[in-house]
Design a protein around this ligand. Structure first.
Ligand SMILES: *[C@@H]1O[C@H](CO)[C@@H](O)[C@H](O)[C@H]1NC(C)=O
Ligand SMILES: [Cu+2]
Length: 253
């Protein structure tokens, strides 16, 4: 019975949604979280936060105020870090992404102030690092996710060059809108990755907020009909953030 259940679940695992399987920075490729690792003993350390997402599934708007929205269901730091110089790029490799799952791609950063595994995920204070949403056309048009698919299912961010050395979590997220015309139909796919940043900067992300306050089910970028002839789209969540030293502040990008 048990193996029959596992076999029945397999097609969903192969075809649906996706997860960040690898991360590359400064020429080094790191293993991300793959939910199948939960069956290994010991569970291998990964730069990607472990999560209970064996179905490559999503977080629904009715869970946007719960810990699941932070770093996916049962999200927890998993022991390893991407080493990156401030100012370098980092690339997230999704295992796959369905073209139907159009929507924004958003990245946030939070300082751990030490071991990222020692911080309760709901205590992390997130600053929005970058965001892309609707690009052109409509009904449904071209979206950030189409760029991601065209780039071999990858998304690249820049680690701010003035960011102070230390440990940070980047929360990389796709919000799929194919069912978002109905309340509770949007699908958030947050993926958290630990970074150990080195550099000579001294700036810190400013104005952070907990992930549980990012989105509401009724936000215009969450309750949104992809299949009408719309002329604008409001990317959900807080405004793009700043990193700042004592005297100066500058936009991330
Ligand atoms: C596309 O990404 C996969 C990993 O997901 C990698 O193995 C492959 O080399 C990449 N292809 C190109 C053309 O970059
Ligand atoms: Cu899906």
């Amino acid at each position: 019975m048990r193996s029959a259940v596992l076999l029945a679940a397999l097609p969903a695992l192969v075809s649906a949604h996706g997860h960040v399987e690898q991360v590359k920075a400064d020429g080094v490729l790191y293993q991300g979280w793959n939910a199948a690792f939960q069956y290994q003993n010991p569970v291998p350390k990964t730069v990607g936060w472990k999560a209970d997402n064996l179905d490559n599934g999503f977080v629904s708007p009715d869970a946007f105020a719960t810990s699941a929205i932070v770093c996916h269901k049962q999200g927890a730091s998993n022991g390893a870090y991407v080493n990156v110089k401030a100012g370098s790029t980092a690339t997230f490799y999704w295992d796959t992404w369905p073209v139907t799952h159009k929507g924004p791609v958003i990245d946030y950063i939070a300082a751990c102030n030490g071991d990222c595994g020692a911080v309760a995920s709901t205590s992390l204070s997130w600053t929005k690092l970058d965001q892309k949403g609707w690009l052109s056309g409509s009904n449904p048009g071209t979206w950030a996710t189409d760029n991601l698919i065209a780039a071999n299912n990858t998304w690249t961010i820049t680690i701010p060059s003035n960011l102070a050395s230390g440990n940070y979590v980047v929360r990389h997220e796709i919000i799929a809108l194919h069912a978002a015309g109905s309340t509770n139909g949007a699908q958030a796919y947050p993926q958290c990755v630990n970074f150990a940043v080195t550099g000579s900067g001294s700036a810190k992300p400013q104005g952070g907020v907990p992930a549980t306050s990012f989105y509401k089910a009724s936000d215009p970028g969450i309750l949104f009909n992809l299949y009408t002839a719309f002329t604008s789209y409001t990317i959900p969540g807080p405004a793009l953030g700043k990193i700042a030293k004592r005297e100066h502040a500058r936009e991330f990008n």
